[in-house]
Write a protein that binds this ligand. Structure first.
Ligand code: C2E
Ligand code: MG
Ligand code: MG
Length: 662
């Protein structure tokens, strides 16, 4: 309000202080109504011609001619400027202001001069009435009409009325003299009306301008991301809709690239938000340089960015996506840090990949999900098969919570045989999920999902409890192995669960093996090591699963004292044909012997593989050749009957023959 008041004072105080845009609007108001200008012109024209005709005086005739010409010129120029204003070609307003000013003053002055001449040169009251009323009428009208520019309006009033008043005073009779005085008062009155009208007009203009400035400011806030300065989610969605509609009419392609920074959360959590913010700004700088003017970059929120690329084919879009991934391949320098972030991109191209803007976004998001699932730091193009996979993942995610409470989980066991004696030494507990609509879902599919949604801990508890309860029915020398994923160690509750289960089921700690993979050690800051050592101290056995598939750093074998290792089945697969695999398996056998670890070969499927494992000095074998994972009751029966490798192979062969003949 104070600001508005200050500006108002400046306006009322003097012409020169006015700001250019307001002044322009005021000048435009002079030309805003060519009709009223034409009305004034016609009045001047008719009355001056009438005066010239009645008086039959050459001077008055000349005056009438000049007045008519000026009226005509002003009406024409006003009409031209009015149209230019409407079409936005008005250009500089200063020249038009000057033209109006001159025209207005000369015209008003001519009316005043005409009145003066008629009063001085004739005695005819009719002519006096015509000329005086022309000047006064014009002055009265102009005070309001031209209030946009005080100088012009007041000048016109003076030029029209002062000569008229002088003429009236010159005639000298009582009535005329009073009228002359009234005209002088009228000049003051009209000037006041002009100023008041002017103030109201300026106030309205200022209000309008303030409003439009606020609207611009809020529109900016609403459309742009305050951290990075690029368009935000809302603006991007609006742009996408517009582009999609425009492109679907022309059948041109429109690509949506959805980019997400890998490991941004880690940077933010470990180095703080300031570094996180600086990283995002650097990312935007790189993206805007890379995309240039071929597309639009927007921040979708957090560490997610969306890039819209109109009119590009799939190969070109894929190329841009690869370049985006590539430009983050070596990390990002922020201050003194080189942050190891990479980027994943999902891309979808309309109209093939999505029938409307929302579907296109959804599909780019699915492709991004796929890029992350494939190991991040890559660009993946949407394919319709992803949709089915996504629905399946979604069903698994939502169903997992229900799986435990609704008894949908089952525990199967796969026997692991001792090579030397042929007996069952261990049974590995393997989860199965009987999903109500998807059927049997295997752990390789649902365990990673359970890990990602934080469901793995209750699931591990469930497995430990059921596996130990089943193992309690077996002889003392048969152990049970349970798979422990890294995520189940997060809360540190595992030892408590295990101890409670051992007490509840009555089996000894030495009969339970925990199978862990190398991934467990990657982010270990010592807690995992400590926890596992405590479990080993109470008698549990620790086994390294899938040996050879991860980083296989021998330093793990030195620092974690494993009781056993399981050679991954990928080495067993081709052991019969690959000399390298034979050598590796033999070497691992020696290593295990030297470190006093028990060694298991996973995935034995043929008698030949079994023979190689035996020759390599492998202690235990596990694989489809002897038995697949089976329900608890069947495996318990095998264990109780004392089934050996030979029995198991024979019964498998019998089973297969029966299946063939059936
Ligand atoms: P794993 O611990 O390496 O388990 C061995 C996997 O190999 C099992 O697959 C088993 O059925 C399969 N297998 C055994 N012998 C053969 C063979 O001769 N040939 C072939 N091709 N495969 C064989 P499964 O049951 O599908 O389990 C896959 C993985 O899921 C397991 O690998 C384990 O990492 C995980 N998993 C299973 N149950 C659990 C669980 O209760 N908790 C956790 N955290 N992970 C589990
Ligand atoms: Mg295992
Ligand atoms: Mg394994």
């Amino acid at each position: 309000m104070r600001e508005l008041g200050r500006k108002l004072l400046a306006f009322v105080a003097g012409d020169e202080a006015r700001e250019a845009d307001i002044r322009r609007a005021l000048v435009e108001s002079l030309y805003a109504s060519p009709t009223s200008l034409a009305a004034g012109a016609i009045a001047g024209l008719l009355l001056s011609i009438a005066i010239a005709r009645i008086a039959n005086d050459p001077l008055m005739t000349w005056c009438a001619v000049v007045i008519s010409l000026i009226a005509l010129a002003r009406t024409i120029s006003a009409t031209i400027y009015y149209h230019k204003l409407k079409t936005g070609e008005a250009g500089t307003y200063r020249a038009w202001e000057l033209a109006y000013e001159l025209g207005a003053w000369i015209y008003a002055g001519m009316l005043g001069v005409l009145a003066l001449i008629t009063l001085i040169r004739t005695d005819d009251p009719a002519i006096h009435i015509l000329s005086v009323s022309l000047a006064t009428g014009y002055a009265a009208g102009i005070a309001g009409r031209n209030a946009g520019r005080i100088k012009i309006a007041v000048g016109q009033t003076c030029l029209a009325l002062l000569p008229t008043a002088f003429g009236l005073w010159h005639v000298g009779n009582f009535g005329y003299s009073i009228l002359a005085i009234v005209l002088l008062i009228m000049v003051v009155g009209m000037a006041e009306i002009t100023r008041t009208t002017h103030r109201i007009v300026v106030e309205a203009l200022l209000g309008k301008r303030e409003k439009s400035m606020l609207a611009t400011k809020y529109e900016r806030l609403a459309r742009y991301d305050s951290l990075t300065g690029i368009e935000n989610r809302m603006a991007m969605q609006m742009r996408l809709r517009e582009l999609f509609e425009a492109n679907s009419k022309s059948h041109d392609a429109l690509a949506v690239l959805w980019m997400d920074l890998d490991r941004f959360k880690e940077v933010n959590d470990s180095l703080g938000h300031m570094v996180g913010d600086a990283l995002l700004r650097t990312v935007v700088e790189r993206l805007t340089v890379l995309v240039g003017n071929i597309g639009h970059v927007a921040r979708f929120g957090g560490d997610e960015f969306v890039i819209l690329l109109p009119n590009m084919n799939r190969a070109e879009v894929q190329d841009v996506a690869e370049r985006i991934v590539g430009c983050f391949g070596h990390g990002v320098d922020v201050g003194t840090h080189n942050l190891p972030v990479t980027a994943s991109v999902g891309l979808a191209i309309g109209p093939q990949d999505g029938r409307d803007a929302d579907e296109l976004m959804q599909h780019a998001d699915l492709a991004l999900y796929e890029a992350k699932a494939q190991g991040r730091n890559r660009a993946v193009s949407f394919a319709w098969s992803m949709k089915e996979r996504f629905h399946r993942i979604h069903e698994i995610e939502t169903g997992l919570r229900r799986a435990i409470t609704q008894d949908e989980l089952q525990l199967h066991f796969q026997p692991i045989f001792e090579v030397e004696t042929g007996r069952i030494a261990i049974c590995e507990a393997l989860l199965r999920w009987q999903h109500p609509t998807l059927g049997m879902v295997m752990p390789g599919e649902f365990i990673p999902i359970a890990e990602s949604i934080g469901m793995i801990e209750p699931m591990t508890d469930w497995v430990i409890h059921h596996a130990c309860a089943v193992a309690a029915q077996w002889p003392e020398d048969v152990r049970v192995a349970v798979n422990i994923s890294p995520a189940s160690l997060k809360s540190g509750e595992l030892p408590r669960t295990i101890i409670a289960t051992l007490m509840a089921t009555g089996i000894s700690a030495g009969r339970v093996e925990l199978e862990v993979t190398e991934s467990l050690f990657l982010n270990d800051e010592g807690h995992t090591h400590q926890m596992l050592r405590e479990l080993q101290q109470i008698g549990l056995r620790l086994v390294l699963d899938d040996f050879g598939t991860g980083y296989s750093s021998l330093s793990y074998l030195r620092s974690y004292h494993f009781d056993g290792i399981k050679i991954d089945r990928s080495f067993i697969n081709s052991i019969a044909v690959s000399r390298e695999d034979q050598a590796i398996v033999r070497a691992v056998g020696h290593l295990a012997d030297a470190l006093e670890m028990e060694i298991v070969a996973e995935g034995i499927e043929t008698a030949e593989q079994l023979q190689y494992a035996r020759e390599a000095g492998i202690h235990n074998v596990q694989g489809y050749l002897m038995s697949m994972a089976q329900p608890a009751a069947i495996v318990t029966d095998m264990v109780l009957r004392g089934v050996t490798i030979g029995d198991a192979m024979a019964s498998k062969l019998r089973g297969e023959a029966a299946a063939r003949s059936a």
